[in-house]
Design a protein around this ligand. Structure first.
Ligand SMILES: Nc1nc2c(ncn2[C@@H]2O[C@H](COP(=O)(O)OP(=O)(O)O)[C@@H](O)[C@H]2O)c(=O)[nH]1
Ligand SMILES: [Mg+2]
Length: 213
């Protein structure tokens, strides 16, 4: 299924890490951001896109660092089997119970500021666990993406954890739960098998070449 020859990457660098009050970087290349609750698989997705085992840090425990991480993808090639030159942006996760109200508020301000002000941001991929109906936090995040005028793409993670027979029903539940329009893409994805990797790169490449779609 997986085409490992496609979307080669010459260089991937964690170029910028922004805290709550940092100035956001600006550059000409398109940004594609990844949002979702803590532990949904954002770092695993980025590693699978880069075909690195642990480039972006993954964990079985929710991390506490609330930073926006910019990974610069630099192939310096326009050949079709190479990834486009873009920034993949790992947004801080939400949904841990033990975080204080003040920290949640700071998180919200940071995300909203990023969505509102980043000039290079083309598309925001919202990751949701394919096994579960979206939470209120997922729905709020989805609404923020749409309200900011960015293209939403839904990535349903951990596909290897469900049976084939559950797929259609779960995808429908995710679409309904987020109240996503028919034309919004949902990409089933597994970091274990890398299924869906090529589809995610296609979205990224479409953003890099200028359009919203
Ligand atoms: N089985 C399976 N586990 C996954 C998948 N994606 C992530 N995980 C696991 O889920 C946990 C959290 O993943 P991580 O990428 O750190 O989530 P993040 O907090 O959103 O960055 C880790 O234990 C990962 O190994 C997947 O597609 N399949
Ligand atoms: Mg992570």
């Amino acid at each position: 299924m997986e085409e490992s020859s496609a979307w080669k990457i010459r260089e991937a660098v964690l170029e910028t890490v922004c805290g709550v009050t940092s100035t956001l970087p600006s550059h000409a290349e398109a940004e594609i951001a990844f949002a979702g609750k803590s532990n949904v698989g954002k770092s695993s997705l980025i590693n699978a896109l880069l075909i690195r085992k642990s480039y972006a840090r993954t964990s079985s425990k929710p991390g506490k660092t609330q930073t926006i991480n910019y990974y610069r993808i630099n192939s310096g090639e326009t050949r079709e089997d190479f990834a486009p030159d873009v920034y993949l942006v790992d947004l801080p996760g939400y949904g841990y119970a033990e975080v204080s109200e003040a920290a949640k508020a700071a998180w919200g301000r940071m995300i909203e500021r990023y969505l509102r002000t980043s000039r290079a941001l083309k598309c925001v991929c919202l990751l949701v666990d394919i096994r579960h109906a979206p939470s209120a936090n997922d729905r709020q995040m989805y609404d923020w993406i749409v309200e900011s005028g960015r293209m939403p793409v839904i990535i349903a993670t951990k596909k290897d954890k469900i049976k084939k027979s559950q797929l259609d029903r779960n995808l429908k539940e995710i679409r309904n739960g987020l109240r996503a329009e028919r034309d919004v893409k949902i990409i089933p994805f597994s970091a274990e098998t890398r299924e869906g990797r090529s589809e995610v790169w296609e979205v990224i490449a479409a953003c890099a070449s200028g359009g919203r779609e």
